[in-house]
Design a protein around this ligand. Structure first.
Ligand code: SAM
Length: 254
């Protein structure tokens, strides 16, 4: 066990185990204790020393959900008692991950911190689906918005986003799909392409690609739920159906 107190926030990437960085794996190998979230692949825990305690602090039905304040307290408590705490978080720690709150709290207690970035679901999940969030000549920027704010309401930024030509990626937005569609329709964007990817990079991944006009029906039909990434913009029309591609190739090779 190392003696110096330290908290390392590690971005685990979205879904699949192998989307973490090499630096993230090295941190896990040097952990004295690990606190991990719901959207983190539990397979990653095999990369910590076997004797290391692994504590689930995510929000998942049937398990106790820790508040952010409780997590902050635990991080500091374990850094003081155990040494090196690895805080394993889904995607990137700073993209709607409340990572900075944890850093701030640690610093208040004079505990050293390090942040190891992760592939955010906002970029990685569309990318794995062959949706380029920027494409020369099509889009000059991308926005990442939370669909649901801390008060439970839709973000006002969605109203601004519906006016842009930027690619818009919405996290935590499935429950607000009807409102998102209404906002885009009010801007006359009915034919704009939109994709929803649920459980990105996981074996139970679901993808639907449609336009603003028809996405709600498709989402109901496909029984889309959380966690999901919503991508809105012309780049969605470039979506590559890899499964079809593989099937066609297999047919050719037979
Ligand atoms: C609290 S935010 C955390 C985001 C994370 N820090 C990141 O960079 O990806 C959780 C939201 O991220 C999105 N998300 C995370 N992992 C995902 C995945 N594997 N597939 C689809 N959406 C995902 C969903 O919108 C989910 O509700």
């Amino acid at each position: 066990m190392s003696t110096a107190s330290k908290i390392t926030l590690v971005g685990a990437g979205p879904g699949g185990t192998d989307l973490i960085s090499l630096r993230g794996l090295k941190a896990l190998a040097k952990a004295d204790i690990v606190l991990y979230d719901a959207l983190v692949s539990e397979e990653l825990l095999q990369y910590c020393p076997q004797a290391v305690q692994k504590i689930y602090v995510g929000k998942r039905a049937s398990k106790h959900a820790y508040s952010q304040d409780e997590i902050n307290e635990l991080l500091v408590k374990y850094a003081l008692s155990h040494g090196h705490v690895v805080r394993l978080k889904g995607g990137d720690p700073f993209v709607f991950g409340r990572g900075y709150e944890e850093i701030e709290f640690a610093h208040k207690h004079q505990i050293e911190t390090e942040v190891i970035p992760g592939i955010s679901s906002a970029i990685g999940v569309p990318s794995l689906q062959g949706i380029p969030i920027t494409h020369r000549g099509t889009t000059e920027s991308f926005w990442v918005i939370t669909g649901t704010t801390s008060s439970g309401k839709i973000s006002q930024d969605v109203y601004l986003a519906a006016k842009t030509t930027a690619t818009v990626v919405i996290l935590m937005g499935v429950g607000k799909l009807a409102e998102i569609v209404r906002i885009y329709k009010a801007e006359g964007r009915d034919s704009l392409p939109i994709a929803i990817i649920q459980n990105g990079a996981l074996p139970n991944e679901k993808v639907i690609v449609a336009d603003i006009q028809s996405i709600e029906n498709q989402a109901v039909e496909a029984q889309i739920g959380s966690p999901a990434v919503i991508v809105i913009g012309e780049v969605v029309s470039f979506h590559v159906d890899y499964s079809k591609f593989i099937k066609e190739n297999e047919l050719v090779s037979i």
